[in-house]
Write a protein that binds this ligand. Structure first.
Ligand code: HEC
Ligand code: HEC
Ligand code: HEC
Length: 129
């Protein structure tokens, strides 16, 4: 091989190596249970017999400006908001949107109570999987 060929060959090697690194990074994040930026809310849920709530922050951040939620609906600090199911059903917190108008209503329990837990949602409570 002449100099030029060695040069382009090493470029290919570097490209392949970074591709593999990126690929493995992607698969390791995929295999972890929660997605990056997910927030767990579990002040009451597990104690009350429901799996913890996993709030997909990024999913919402892509769709809404921060100020839609902060600070009017949620204090911008993990665990700082006293969210309960009754408040949601009455239209506070998640219920500002999950009311059947802006987003689906809070009848699909397992969509929010999706945390890993020994607690299993009973069929009677809308577990649909
Ligand atoms: C749909 C509503 C919503 C939107 C939009 C939203 N957030 Fe949040 N955010 C939340 C909720 C819910 C929590 C968790 C609060 C809790 O745990 O009590 C939170 C928590 C946070 C926290 C604290 C997390 C931690 O680990 O301490 C930060 C920081 C934050 N948000 C920043 C932002 C920024 C910046 C944006 C815009 C790019 C944004 N949020 C958009 C709902 C939202
Ligand atoms: C500002 C409005 C708003 C607030 C507040 C809000 N959501 Fe949502 N949420 C949405 C919208 C819009 C969707 C998308 C609905 C659809 O796809 O039909 C959504 C979807 C979701 C999804 C499904 C994500 C997916 O991958 O499909 C979950 C889970 C969820 N929200 C949980 C919550 C929880 C828990 C809270 C309260 C901590 C909350 N949301 C507060 C607007 C909101
Ligand atoms: C839009 C998201 C969402 C949906 C849908 C939802 N929940 Fe919740 N739920 C929450 C959040 C957030 C909390 C507060 C989490 C915490 O800190 O423990 C909560 C808390 C609870 C609690 C703890 C006690 C209490 O009174 O707050 C119970 C029990 C509960 N939910 C039952 C249900 C049942 C049953 C359903 C379906 C009929 C359901 N949830 C659907 C978001 C949701």
């Amino acid at each position: 091989m002449n100099k030029k060929n060695i040069f382009s060959f090493s470029l290919v090697l570097i490209a392949a190596a970074s591709f593999i690194t990126i690929l493995s990074l992607l698969t390791t994040t995929k295999s972890s249970q929660a997605e990056y930026g997910d927030i767990t809310l579990n002040h009451y849920a597990e104690k009350a017999g429901m799996p913890p709530v996993i709030f997909p922050h990024w999913f919402h951040r892509i769709r809404f400006k921060c100020k839609v939620c902060h600070p009017n609906i949620f204090e911008m600090k993990q665990g700082a908001n006293d969210v309960t199911m009754v408040k949601i059903v009455k239209g506070d917190f998640c219920g500002k949107c999950h009311n059947g108008r802006i987003a689906w209503p809070p009848i699909y329990c397992d969509r929010c109570h999706s945390g890993k837990s020994d607690v299993v949602i009973p069929k009677a409570r809308g577990f649909v999987k």
